[in-house]
Design a binder for this molecule. Structure first.
Ligand code: GTP
Ligand code: SPV
Ligand code: MN
Length: 607
């Protein structure tokens, strides 16, 4: 099949012809020194982590079992949205919120970047499955990468290796579809050249070909740019599949809420990157008798079940969580999850006794090595951990993991929350009037930009359904797909949509709402609204609770703060309208008329 001989290339452990021929094609283009098919075994993990330690990429932690510290190149710390492309055949299928290039043009550019790019390195072939392996239609992918860091991280984040490859050929012998995901750090090694701990390339491309359901990534080793099962497959490619096939692929956590009466509800919530999904997913309720269990912290795939309800599945198998701010008070369940070991920490600080530390964690060390590998003390001007530093840890270790997390059927969603990080205007919680109004809330969601993406932090931008960087097609078509989804079910069976904001501030920029475990009070109110058991005030923006409608028992915060974070300020909302109009202007002709109707109705109600 091939003219070159590369060790390992001919030893494919599968009969899947399309896969084998694609692997050959990539090997011929990228010319690695050897090819390794990843099996996902413990022995392989040990081999690869030892190799990463020897290369200086990983430092083994003394204080946490089977866990490692890594520091990236200082220029490779976050997703690069301006280098992320949707290469649909027609530009109008991509839309104003994405970067677009003609797929042939992009392939020509990237093929030249890929040519010989794995020289001196190993090419790994990682078969993986997003969502349960036992699904009737397993959602398969194969990532080819030249990064050991990616292999190890993919083992935490996905169901991968032999157990995934076993699903590639169906019982009747047919070859299943899979999403080919090509990744290279873009750092070939010449003979004798010394490697660096975090090889990457200044030139970066994160590219999606929706019609071919294919992903090409070059130049970065950072999470969302390099672990291609995550944002690239499970959101950008999957959202485009979902539109064609009538389901939803969303940037949402999934949690299970059990009331004191032992009633079970499942909630999905979309907040932009670094705006609280992981924390809400693992919340410890402060109100007695309520229990939260976790099913997912970042992505939800939702399909209609036979009963007409929306069922959610988390495609991932690990948490790739924001480290700073995580501590035993804010998120004890994340702390317990990582304390079990088997984790990779990237761009946090390394303490002198071989543990990890980051801003706002307990036990601040007197001295540590910062993520920039510099001496750090509490007096340092620089942060010890990068604001977008991450822990990568297996979901199975989460002490409050819901047992049904791996059920291919998914869980029926009762409520959808949209939320952002807004210092003003947006109250703590607002219930939508109906599905279309809820879609409008999602479509006009706004949030301050965080460190999860390269660029200026703090700027308010529209982030529809928290999917701005992840919609794999035209945002106007995406809103239409959400509206259509609501028409496919009985209104009574659809989840109720709420808009939340944990981040409203006073004039001194102090956050008004205590957040974290106290957010259980908002979850309780939302569920009781669904049950018809809680009151609310009808306002121009939707149904908002007054303080007395929330369970605030045991909360010793200043009642004035609670009032302030619940306030619907009509002047602030009037000032919000031009921003929404400009946003809709940007969406252009494909903006569904239903969204324009909602805007007009809102303006009317605001007077
Ligand atoms: P991605 O993994 O980037 O998608 O982020 P995420 O949405 O999962 O956000 P995460 O839960 O990791 O929270 C991001 C930051 O917000 C952390 O520093 C948290 O400590 C902080 N945070 C989360 N929830 C709350 C809250 O309820 N109130 C406040 N004040 N901060 C919060
Ligand atoms: C996010 O930025 O939304 C994340 C981290 O969850 S990443 O995988 O890098 O996209
Ligand atoms: Mn995320």
């Amino acid at each position: 099949m091939t003219s070159v001989t590369i060790p390992g290339l001919e030893s494919a452990p599968t009969t899947h012809e399309r896969l084998v021929s694609w692997v050959h094609e990539v090997a011929e283009l990228t010319t690695p020194d050897r090819v390794v098919w990843v099996d996902g075994s413990d022995a392989e993990w040990e081999r690869m982590t030892a190799q990463l330690v020897a290369a200086g990429t990983f430092v083994p932690l003394q204080k946490q079992p089977n866990s490692y510290w890594a520091a990236s190149d200082p220029d490779d710390v976050a997703r690069v949205e301006e280098r992320t492309y949707i290469c649909s055949r027609e530009q109008e299928d991509c839309g104003p919120t994405n970067n677009w290039m003609n797929p042939d043009e992009m392939k020509a550019i990237m093929t030249e970047l890929y040519r010989g790019c794995m020289r001196g390195r190993t090419m790994y072939v990682i078969p993986f499955c997003m969502g349960p392996l036992s699904a009737q239609r397993p959602m398969l992918g194969v990532e080819i990468t030249d990064s050991e860091y990616v292999v190890v991280s993919m083992r935490v984040m996905t169901r991968m290796g032999t157990k995934a490859l076993d699903r590639f050929v169906a019982e009747d012998g047919t070859e299943r579809e899979f999403v080919p995901c090509l990744h290279s750090i873009g750092a070939p090694l010449e003979p004798g050249q010394q490697d660096v701990p975090w090889p990457c390339n200044e030139t970066k491309y994160i590219t999606h070909f929706p019609e071919e359901r294919m992903i090409w990534s070059f130049g970065s080793g950072y999470g969302g740019n390099a672990l291609l099962g995550k944002k690239c497959y499970s959101l950008r490619i999957a959202s485009s599949m979902a539109r064609e096939e009538g389901w939803l692929a969303e940037h949402m956590l999934i949690l299970k809420l059990t009331s004191p009466e032992k009633q079970v509800y499942y909630v999905a919530a979309a907040f932009p990157s670094a705006c609280g999904k992981t924390n809400l997913a693992m919340l410890e309720p402060t109100i007695p008798g309520w229990k939260v269990e976790t099913l997912g912290d970042d992505i939800a795939w939702m399909h209609f079940g036979d009963d007409g309800r929306l069922y959610a599945v988390n495609p991932e198998a690990g948490f790739f969580g924001v480290a700073p701010g995580t501590n035993w008070k804010t998120n004890p369940n994340a702390m317990r999850t990582i304390a079990q070991g088997n984790s990779v920490f990237t761009n946090v600080a390394l303490t002198d006794d071989g543990d990890v530390w980051w801003e706002e964690m307990e036990n601040e060390p007197a001295h540590a090595t910062s993520w920039k590998k510099r001496d750090w003390t509490p007096d340092s001007d620089e942060k010890a951990a990068h604001p977008n530093s991450r822990y990568c840890t297996p979901m199975s270790q989460c002490p409050i993991l819901a047992p049904e997390w791996d059920d291919p059927k998914g869980v029926p969603i009762s409520a959808i929350l949209f939320g952002g990080r807004r210092a003003d205007t947006i109250p703590l919680v607002t219930e939508s009037r109906d599905w279309q109004h809820g879609v409008f809330m999602g479509a006009t969601l706004s949030s301050e930009k965080t460190a999860a993406a390269a660029g200026k932090v703090g700027e308010v931008r529209r982030d529809p359904m928290a999917m701005l960087p992840f919609i794999g097609y035209h945002a106007g078509d995406y809103f239409q797909h959400w509206i259509d989804t609501g028409k496919r079910a009985d209104a009574g069976k659809l989840p109720k949509i709420f808009y939340v904001n944990w981040f409203r501030r006073d004039e001194n920029r102090r956050i008004l709402w205590p957040g974290f475990g106290e957010n259980s009070r908002v979850l309780k109110w939302a569920i009781q609204r669904i049950e018809g058991k809680a009151a609310a005030v009808e306002t121009p923006i939707g149904h908002v609770p007054a303080a007395e409608h929330l369970d605030l028992s045991g909360l010793d915060d200043d009642p004035a703060d609670i009032e302030a974070c619940l306030k619907v300020n009509v002047d602030e909302w009037r000032a919000e309208i031009p921003g929404i109009e400009a946003w809709f202007e940007q969406i252009g002709d494909k903006l569904p008329s239903g969204m324009r109707d909602e805007l007009e109705a809102l303006k009317q109600r605001l007077g």
